[in-house]
Design a protein around this ligand. Sequence first.
Ligand SMILES: [Zn+2]
Length: 284
Amino acid sequence: MPELPEVETMCRGIAACRGTTITALYRPRCQLKPIQIRPQVSTLKKKLRGARIEAIERVGKRPVLRTDRGTRLVFEPRMTGLLLLADPPDTEHLRLCIELAPADRRRSALNLLFWDRRGLGTVRLLNESAFEAQLGSEKLGPDALQISASQLQERLASSQREVKVALLDQRAVAGIGNLYAAEILLFAHIHPQRRCNQLTKVDWRRIASATRRVLQKAIRYEGSTLADGTYRNALNKKGSYQNHHRVYGRESELCRCCRVGRVQRIVQSQRATFFCPECQPLAS
Ligand SMILES: [Zn+2]
């Protein structure tokens, strides 16, 4: 958490930052262990003051601000990081403040905040070559919203890994995490423990189309805010796709897809997987 739909929601939520100029940047007073910011804040401030934000991009599961200086400010939300334009859930976990002046003087200044309860998130300023080296196509697969069935098959069909585990590999496909992998495989009617090298062309087609369908719907509902309440959109409001989860977090409940099977929970690579044995038979 957050995965592609939550980060896409963050990026859309801070769209007003596009075209603004960074006037100030600082780490708010915080009693907690500081999050990792590279370069250090004093250098970051020098490199960014006066820079214009040309674009807001989502790169897999991270929001990125592209500046007119050929640099990118990359936020890595990890478990609990949020980008906000509104008051944060609390001030205790506020990690970085960026003040922005709008191009149009009639509009008011913006305060872009990075908030992170667990503090595992990071902020990095990367130039073109560092960005390519760390987050370019060598490191990150095609975006999950765009990937075609043949690309997916090409990248994973020779793997012996279980398909649910493979879908979390960001080098193969970027943006899918534990929650959406479970929902995607339900829609595709593929058992999460099936091996990639045993899936057919039709199976890959079903996975690619379920991926788009699930992620697009989750974006429409502004992502999933789970019981811990951590994930919020840029205005500090909850997402609502959690109300549409069909298997994730619903162990022993009647499957919301077939209304016959009961959702099962298993563990794959130390992560919980939820699936419906009726909708997703192991042998098919
Ligand atoms: Zn079912």
